[in-house]
Design a protein around this ligand. Sequence first.
Ligand SMILES: Nc1ncnc2c1ncn2[C@@H]1O[C@H](COP(=O)(O)OP(=O)(O)OP(=O)(O)O)[C@@H](O)[C@H]1O
Length: 655
Amino acid sequence: MAATLARQGQHRNVIVFPTDFYRKHTESSSSDSNFIPAHWQTTNPMNRASRNKITSTFTRRTKGKPRHRVWRNPYQPLLSLHSQLSPTACSPYHNAISVDDMNKHHSSPHPVDASSTNIAPFGANSLLTTAVPEGISTPSSSSVSTLSSSTSLTSPLSSVRAHSTSIPSQPSDFMSPSAAITNVPGPKIFLRIPTAALSKKRPISATAIPESPTTTSRSEGSSSSGQKRLKIKLNLRSLSHAPLQPQLQSQPPLRQLAASDHARKVIVISDDSDTQSVSRKSSLAENHDEIESVTAMTLTQSDDAENHTCIELDPFLLRVVDTIFPEYEVKSRENLRRAYQVSEKLCDDYIVGRFLGSGSSGFVVSAKRVYDGAEVAIKIIPSDSKYTQSKFKRELDILNALTHENILGFVEYFEAPGFNFLVTEMGGSSLFDFIEAHKVTQQFPGTERGVNHSPFGSSIQENVVRSIFMQLSLAVHALHQNRIVHGDIKDENALVTMDNETGTYRARLCDFGHSKRVKHGDPPGFTFYGTTILSPPEMDTNNALREKMKKSDFNVLDEDWQRFYGYEADVFAMGLMLYTMVHGDLPIELTEKNTKALAAYKRRRRSVKTFPFAVLQQDLDNDLKDLLTRMLAVTPLRRITMAEVISHPWLTRTS
Ligand SMILES: Nc1ncnc2c1ncn2[C@@H]1O[C@H](COP(=O)(O)OP(=O)(O)OP(=O)(O)O)[C@@H](O)[C@H]1O
């Protein structure tokens, strides 16, 4: 494997396929972390008009802070729309009930609607598979051993098995590249992809990579040379499912493609180095999923393919290209270039793949370790600010100390002038993306007074919710047992992979930059939650103080802060995560912009000690409702602990 990888730099492996194919199999792809495996998704050959409509109305969930990696992928919304259109993809949770109504009938601390029915089976959405923890006996706190430094935990989920392991057959339109080329009508975009860009030694030259891809696609390059330079980064991971090898061998050469009927409009995105010596024998699966850019041109039948004559891209094509280049990536790319310059180890030991995501401290890329081909993720953190340094140290400390199958595994750490590198296992896609991919829009019969319903629901099967949530709960429970507060639990900090063989999901917790160890006998010292809108009600005062502090002349005294241990805050955040998996979105109150509705929520939150949100889906299982209301109780004392969570009847249910 190492030899193969080392040779990659000499290859000019190019794969050509039409954009419709690309679109189907790389939805939510490009340079974000957010590739979503094809089988998580519904595919829908939507027409362009509805796609445009959806794109313009699509909004991502608002987060507590601006997120660089939130960007609009015109394809991902396809999933939501398809879910709306397809009767088989309807949410099992699609009727909402006001909690105020519920509470009228219940005066207990955790009122639930006793009349609620169980969740309907998901039905015929064969694109989803189920995985449930089998034989999870109610895990007592002793079932997870206490960790000391570098201790290994055996989680009860080692017994997670595919409950219904019927892997759905590939959707019929999961076609091979050549089939796609011939079957898709209309204009096509062909992407010519040099997999040699994977080479770790390949210099990333400043001149080849424009600062702003969008403007570059229009302005750079000279019309005399007929070339337009573009930067492109796609995720082709999902393509590795397709039988690429034979297709690669049978791809017509560029000249023929351009001359053929179905190549009236072609974009070739290619390495700007020599593309003649193309070896088509290497598969994407082997070379992995990186494409690096750089020359784009459109060809018409009359154009000379070899001169690469350029024509203006039509707006739709431009949008495709623009989507591939989220603006924020420019900074990460610049940092990666610098990191390459200063770190020999990065150059020698790893072959950097695609961009996985970024956060406040740095960015994460996938990579292969040269000596054994292991797939890893490298978080590259510029060490130029105190904030990122301390965050990094906290994360390193926790990751280094823990081994748990639902906590992202630590591989190694190294540094170079100006950068820290944290190498971990590859964790898959974020739960955020998983939830977004299963979001459906729901219709409400009427709006109750004072209650704003979220327009969303989720099509994730209950069993899948249970499996993923149980795994993450076990991780958080293990942290708490070891006197560690995570401090920033959210769906973006949970990574999910699916095992194609068994149809089971594996979830892992990541991002320990806000974590805190609680030492024996220490007074509480936790003041903030990593993401403000996800922090529990008891932290409101601190959040307000922090806002004031940002105004330069406001001085906050030490004793003004409310201090907590923070375990209850983690439980609240886990409750929000569960809520989001079930409802497709955060409680609407957390993202409320309407001042009246916001004030109503705050009043409710002050007046109740229990569940503060207005809406719970009507068809929820009673046990699930009970779990949600207990985890999201306003008063920390009423919130259940993680030990209680993992032994809750809804989570331990096996059927
Ligand atoms: N091991 C991994 N495998 C796959 N994706 C990962 C991995 N680690 C991180 N990511 C992706 O990169 C994103 C950013 O990583 P992370 O949250 O650790 O960065 P951060 O700078 O600490 O972010 P924050 O500002 O939220 O604290 C994550 O949301 C996740 O999607």
